[in-house]
Ligand binder design. Sequence first.
Ligand code: FRU
Length: 489
Amino acid sequence: MKKQLLFIFLLMSSITHLVKAQEGALSEKLYRPQIHFTPAKGWMNDPNGLIFSNGIYHIFYQHNPYESVWGPMHWGHATSKDLIHWNQEPIAIYPDSIGTIFSGSAVVDKNNSSGLGKNGKGPLVAIYTQHNMEGEKAGKIDFQTQSISYSNDEGKTWTSYAHNPVIKNPGIKDFRDPKVLWYAPTKKWVLVLAAQNKLFFYTSTNLINWTKASEFGDGIGSHEGVWECPDLFPLSYQGKEYWVLIGNLNPGGPNKGSATQYFIGQFDGKNFKPNSTQIKWADYGPDEYAGVSFSNVNNRRIFMGWMSNWMYAGIVPTINWRSALTLPRTLGLEKVGKEMYLSSSFIYELNIAGKKTTPLSSLKNVQFPSRLHLSKIAAKDFSIQLSNTVGDILVIGYSAKNNEYYIDRTKAGVADFHKDFASYNTAPRISNSKTLSFDLVLDKASAELIADKGLSVMTAIFFSHSPYTSIKVISEDKQMANKIKYTTF
Ligand code: FRU
């Protein structure tokens, strides 16, 4: 009897293994993106420590290497020469006795202000939150502190600073995600971090001793959720410098869940003063979160986000890995009337990566990844419909009546894992120009729509039951499919 039971048990567990392996292989084939970064294995959320150094772009990321769900966070690592093709690198930073490794940033400490460099050369310094799980479980509130690690071999290996943490918790439960930048006029490092639903600013001369300078966020912006993953950087508009302050928010995004909120204003090394009280989003879609920008890049500001939403990130139907990052985007500023907005465009490296461009009308089967680009058509209704032989349909378009762009994934594929996934998502049209333009990148499981000089941006993921094969354009303008430039990669 015992033997029979053991046999049945072994049989059942090998069947379960086989089914899991098959599901894993299928989701690899159907959903593994081709021009977006994904971890080879395991879980990923926020991009961290985005930095350019000596010709190499580095992304670090929130990573659980053991399972495809959130867990003990490490900093995963990947490198690239062109921001499109990524090499998976060994894990950069591991949890230690202080805590697991939450989100943060990295800087090149050129002048070795920290004294952590070697042979007269400054190190790369990573500044991040350590999350003490035991403290959290014990009901403490000071379980998040800020620590640093440094690398003297271009990010290959990291050593944690001997006297971590460098910023202790002042008695605030959500106290995390430091972003550091060099502010030249005061010759100081500036650190901005999220403290519940506000941002705190600190300054330092050596990346180790920090002094609190100010707070921002009371009575301004959306406060429906917790503020996380801030960023602060200058951008110029018609020769004048403005400062952009990002405060990611979860929940409370324009299409539910997580989203990237931003403010534009002035910064003097200590205080940020916004120009406007209007609530603004860098990406209105449901699936861009924790977006921040690269450090140490000359002449452009490159932004990347996590392509998911905390509402369902841990239960999407990929098995071996979970989540991708958005394509890198170049940020700029645009004015509409008196208001100033962020504008986004895909990095120019994407143009170089494109293999072949044809009019969409000459296309037989849609391919993934691909890019649809159209400039200047009358601002009238249109829709682009992707479908397959099993009845899934994904619709991306513009509604003139509502003056908004939309991504309708209500019937786009697998959605039973979360009640809010089968959603109709919208982004207001911010531009007031008579003609509209868009740039749309489709990968196996994602659509990124950048419209009107990047004033309206939307990212949405989807999980079709089988690959989409057909693409149809519906518009009053019968020439629209001729006008859309279709590029494969
Ligand atoms: C944002 C976030 C951060 C935190 C990290 C933990 O998605 O919640 O605030 O540092 O993820 O993985």
